[in-house]
Design a protein around this ligand. Structure first.
Ligand code: NAD
Length: 294
């Protein structure tokens, strides 16, 4: 059993914190929204009046915040978490943020003698609730050994991607590839359908052939092919277009900063940005099929 401070109790952080309670850890929470704290209090957590109050003296601090600016201010501001903690606390930021901020916070933590890992997740709200998230961690080997113990209460696959920032880079690589194979799968299925093929039969053919990929295998974007996929449920998310657009923005920043000519990633980003602007932000990302059908 460990003592854990959990900062950021939204769609993802709320269920993740509940899983830590269920795993027997002593959890103290903080969120700017009192209702989110009250929900966790009902589940057995202690509530603190600030992130610093929640964090001081705990074995672990875990944050699940919207974007890089929230993470930077929580950790780096004067009087923020890095000013207030010491080497006895291990810090895990599970938010999806830009790799540059993750490196900056990781390096500042290292300079203060605090173990920090960027630990973004793959898997959405359902995986957060089921405790089956995948974590991609960036930081030292020593911090990773400590991180594994606590992350096991919230996820199934826990990877050490490399040094500070590497978790965010891994997440950017994965989600850029996901966007590309989702769009490619939509194009292939639409081409088959327009030429008289049954998308279900075509999916079976491609799954047994070299076009096989995750979008076809577990998340088929064509309505009616896969009963439980968002495509067969009016594209109710699932994984929202807004979040894919955010993740592609972060992936493109990484590509630009490292001089990678990612033309497919850029095209995927512009298609998702247009789909988002067309009013589909809150729908599942596999609804990009409809953009290709127009
Ligand atoms: P959310 O908007 O539901 O929750 C964010 C929470 O952080 C809110 O409750 C908000 O009040 C709180 N918050 C904001 N600033 C704060 C601060 N300074 N101090 C304390 N609390 C603060 O977002 P979410 O869907 O839970 O996503 C969180 C992170 O997880 C994001 O980075 C997102 O990209 C990533 N993510 C989300 C999903 C998903 O399917 N929702 C999947 C994978 C990764």
């Amino acid at each position: 059993m460990s003592t854990v401070a959990f900062i950021g109790l939204g769609n993802m952080g709320g269920p993740m914190a509940k899983n830590l309670l269920a795993a027997g850890h002593e959890v103290t929470v903080f969120d700017l929204m009192p209702a989110a704290c009250a929900d966790l209090e009902k589940a057995g957590a202690a509530v603190a009046g600030s992130a610093v109050d929640a964090a001081i003296g705990k074995d672990y601090v875990i944050s699940m915040l919207p974007a890089g600016k929230h993470v930077a201010s929580t950790y780096l501001d004067e009087g923020g978490l890095l000013d207030s903690l010491d080497g006895s606390t291990t810090v895990l930021d599970c938010s999806t943020i830009d790799a540059a901020t993750a490196r900056r916070v990781g390096e500042a933590a290292a300079a203060a003698g605090i173990g920090f890992m960027d630990s973004p997740v793959s898997g959405g709200v359902a995986a957060a609730a089921a405790g089956t998230l995948a974590f991609m961690c960036g930081g030292s080997a020593e911090s990773f050994e400590k991180a594994k113990v606590i992350l096991a209460g919230m996820g199934k696959n826990i990877f050490h991607a490399g040094p500070a920032g590497a978790g965010q880079v891994a997440k950017g690589c994965n989600n850029m590839l996901l966007a590309i194979h989702m769009i490619g799968s939509c194009e292939a299925l639409e081409m088959g359908a327009r030429n008289g093929l049954d998308p279900k039969v075509l999916s079976e053919i491609m799954l047994a052939s070299s076009g096989r990929n995750w979008s076809l295998e577990v998340y088929n974007p064509y309505p009616g092919v896969m009963e439980n996929a968002p495509a067969s449920n009016g594209y109710k998310p699932g994984f929202m277009v807004d979040l894919m657009a955010k993740d592609l923005g972060l992936a493109l920043e990484i590509a630009q900063q490292s001089g990678v000519d990612n033309q497919m990633g850029q095209l995927a980003q512009s298609l998702y940005a247009k789909h988002q602007q067309d009013g589909n932000g809150q729908r599942d990302f596999s609804s990009i099929l409809e953009a290709l059908q127009e």
